[in-house]
Design a protein around this ligand. Sequence first.
Ligand SMILES: [Cu+2]
Length: 491
Amino acid sequence: MKKYSFAILFGLCLMLCPGAWSHVGSPDVYYEAMAGPYKLFVTVRTPPMVPGIAQIEVRCLEGTVNDIEIVPLRVIGEGSKTTPPADRMARTVGDSHFFTGKLWLMESGSWQVRMDVSGTEGKAQLAVPVPAYAQRTLGMQKTTGLVLAGLMIFLTVSLVSIFGAAARESQLEPGIEIPAAGRSRARIVMAVAAVAVVGILFLGDMWWTSIATIEANTNVYKAPPVEVSLSGENTLVLKIGPSPWHEQRKQMQLDNIIPDHGHLMHLFLLRMPEMDDFYHLHPEESAIGTFTDKIPAVGGGSYAVFADIVRESGFPDTMTAKIDLPAKDKGATLTGDDSNTVAQKISTVQTDRTTAPLGSGVHVEWLLDTTTLRAQKPELLRFRVTRNDGGVANDLEPYMGMAGHLVIFRRDLAVFAHVHPAGSIPMAALGLLQQSNASGGHSMAGMSDDVTTNEITFPYGFPQAGDYRLFLQVKRAGHVETAVFVAHVKP
Ligand SMILES: [Cu+2]
C-alpha cells in the first residue's frame, strides 16, 4: 500500500485509506410506511462520499401511484423549511409500481427525503429520514497503483543513475577510458543520491499520510469512541469520547442526545465468537456522555459492544467496543425493557432452519419469500409467531412501542443493524419529522399501543454477502422473548 502513496510525489495523486463504517456497515435506508392511502417501500442508497448522489427506489405495495416528486431537506432547523425544486422519480417501464430517482446530498448530517405522491386516490406526502456522511475515501484502482509504483521505481533508478553518470563521465573528453577513481567516485555519488531520494520519498510519504489522516478524521464519518468498563461488581460504565467528525459539524449536528423509542441509549452485548449470549440493555446517562447500567449474570467471555444513540438533529451513532466479562452466576435482575437470551452456539447451528423456538409453547417461522437472500436486495423480512399446537399466537404486546425489534449481526461483526417494522431508519428521527411535518397526527410514526397480528415484517436489505445471526425480540405476557435465526446471504 505504502508504495502507492510514494507515487504521488511524481505528480499523480489519489487518496488511499481504509474504509470506515457507521451503523455498522449498513448505510442504506429501508423504510416502509403509509403515504396517505398508499403503502410504500422506500430504499435510499446513501452516497459513499458527500457531496454525493443518493439513489432512491420506491415500490408501491398498496394503491396505485402515478407520480412521485422528491426533494432533500434537513430534518430540523432552517434547512428543513425552504424547499428546493423537486425532482420527479421515473416510473419503471414494465413495472408500474416501481419508481427510481436520484438526489444530490450536498452536506453531511441528518437529512430527509420528502416525497409528494399522487395517484388514483389523490395526493399524499411521506418523509424519510436519511443520515448522510462520507463513509470512506475512494481507494486507488489497482492498475493505477501498479503503474504509478512502476513509474516511481523507474524514476528513482533513473535519477540515481543520472547522478552516477554525471560523477563518472561528465568531465571526461570523448573517447577517453573511465579511470578507476572516476568509477569509485560515481559509486559514492550514487549511494548518496539513492539515500537522498529514498529519504525524500519517505518524508513525502509521512507528509501525505498525515494529511490523509487529518482528512479522514474530519471528513470521513467515524462514530465517537466509547470506553466500556466494569465498575464494582456489576455496573457497566460507558464513556463516550470526543468525536472530531461531530465537532466539525457542531452547528448542524446539535450534540444533545435524544431518546429513541423511549431510551437515550440502546446497548447490545454479544458474546464472541459463538454469538450465543445476547443482551439488549438501556443504560441511564449518569453524567454528560457517561452511561451506566447494572448488568445481569453473564456467561463470561469476550463481548462485542454496540451502543446506539440519536442526536438532536436526528443523526444516529452506533459506537462499538469490546469488553471481557467474568462469568457470574448472580447479577442484577433485568428490569423494564432490558432483555437477554442465551442462544445455541452458532458453530453448531444448521444454516437452513427457518423456524426458531420463542417462549413457552410458541415458535417463530421466518417466511422467506425467496430461498436465497442476496446482498443489497430490499426485502420485507416476514416472521410469524405460531403456537406449537398449530394455533395462532395472539398474545403479542408492543415492546418499546413496536411489534418487534430485529437485531442483525454479520458473523464477523462487519455489519450491525437494529431494525424495526418501519425499517432501518432511527425511530427518533422519524419522530422529529412527524413533529415538524405533522398535520394533526398524534401517534408516533411506526409506534403503536397494541399488536394486532402475529406476523411482523421488517424492511431491510443485507448490505454484504456472508453469514448473519438475527435476534428477533417480541413481548408476550409482559416478558421479552427472543427468537434467534441464522441467514446466509449471497453476493
Ligand atoms: Cu428497537
